[in-house]
Design a protein around this ligand. Structure first.
Ligand code: NAD
Length: 358
């Protein structure tokens, strides 16, 4: 008998990387010891799709799957006992409810901070040097440079908001460009200080007026929701550019649009968007998109938007698949799991019948 993991929001690349990680583990164990079945669903997890998890011990979900109290209760009723996040962020999971119900919940906290940091800088430089516009222009035989003027990064001040794994990796890259780095994080990083990457400011209000570029790398929490708002935008240096590869909810979109219209903001590069759930990761090119703020954002020549792809590298997908299976094995074997997001969960005591070896 095998144990089922219902994988939601499963794209072809999820299927490929999870299936090949599972096969590799099975081969390592001579075909036994990995009694998992992966059942893939294209749909996102939500109240209307919970029934697809029937018979599964775990659900495996991504950033735009919904795991609120109602969904967790419904999953529990279907017999699901573990939630495996194929991502680092867990703002979309009601952890208190999960813990109350006795769910095991684990994430992949660090699959490739460099992948996200590299993408942040790439996005910022695309915005700054207008390579997205140049690409289209030269394909039409237009080699004029008007409108493509950028700013040299060397010597400029970059504000890094959040110096965890990704913020730190971004700071190292910005340092390589010769930037002056200012950071804000309520919990200062020893690595940031030891590596002499830059200086900390005590609050955003002090940091923002000094920065030519601001890069967001903090998680979405109650405290960071709309951390970029009318007040903080007004503090930013005129012409400064903002990049967000963290979570859409860090930014309040309406005042950003106003700051772009007034020319106070020099540009915005986004990999994430507050209303991305239900839109991102799917093809809506033939649909009428209802989100007027998103559509307005996309009309600015100095706004770049990507569909939450900063993590999307071979290395990151490999790591996500391996760690997700490892987390599940920890749950099945009632082993301590370093990536558990709940303090306690009901143990899965079937060790003898399901000899999982990872
Ligand atoms: P991390 O936990 O290592 O670091 C987050 C840092 O933010 C911590 O140092 C924390 O102290 C700091 N922080 C908390 N509140 C803050 C505040 N109010 N102001 C400033 N800093 C604050 O996380 P990480 O691995 O660096 O990831 C950061 C975020 O990136 C994740 O939460 C996730 O939302 C996002 N992410 C996005 C992608 C993508 O593909 N776009 C991929 C992975 C992660």
């Amino acid at each position: 008998m095998s144990i089922k993991i219902a994988v939601f929001s499963a794209k072809p690349y999820d299927r490929e990387f999870l299936a090949s990680a599972l096969n590799a583990k099975k081969q390592e164990n001579n075909g036994d010891g990995m009694p998992f079945d992966l059942v893939f669903h294209d749909f996102a997890l939500g109240l209307d799709s919970v029934a697809l998890a029937r018979g599964a011990t775990a659900v495996c979900v991504f950033v735009n799957d919904v795991l609120n109290a109602a969904v967790l209760e419904a999953l529990y009723a279907e017999g699901v006992r573990a939630v495996l996040l194929r991502c680092a962020g867990f703002n979309h999971v009601d952890l208190v409810k999960a813990e109350t119900l006795g769910f095991f919940v684990a994430n992949v906290p660090s699959y490739s901070p460099e992948a996200v940091a590299e993408f942040s800088v790439a996005l910022l430089q695309t915005l700054n040097r207008r390579t997205h516009r140049a690409y289209n222009r030269v394909r039409e035989g237009n080699f004029a440079l008007d409108g493509l003027l950028g700013i040299t990064l060397h010597g400029k001040t970059v504000g890094v908001v959040g110096t965890g794994r990704i913020g730190l990796a971004a700071a190292r890259i910005f340092k390589g460009y010769g930037c002056r780095i200012l950071a804000y994080d309520p919990y200062k990083s020893d690595d940031f200080l030891v590596e002499n990457l830059g200086a900390y400011e005590d609050d955003l209000d002090t940091l923002l007026p000094q920065c030519d570029f601001v890069s967001l790398h903090c998680p979405l929490t109650k405290g960071t929701h709309h951390i970029i708002n009318e007040h903080t935008l007004a503090k930013m240096k005129p012409g400064a550019m903002l990049v967000n590869t963290s979570r859409g909810g860090l930014i309040s979109t309406k005042p950003v649009i106003a700051a772009l219209k007034s020319r106070h903001l020099g540009g915005v590069a986004l990999d994430v968007y507050e209303g991305e759930g239900g839109l991102f990761y799917n093809d809506h090119s033939g649909d009428i998109i209802e989100d007027d703020e998103l559509m307005r954002l996309m009309t600015f020549p100095n706004v770049i938007l990507c569909g939450h792809q900063a993590f999307f590298t071979v290395e990151a997908l490999t790591e996500i698949a391996n760690v997700t299976l490892q987390n599940f094995a920890d749950f099945l074997l009632s082993r301590p799991c370093p990536n558990s997001l709940v303090r306690s969960h009901k143990l899965f005591i079937r060790r003898d019948s399901y000899p999982v070896r990872i």
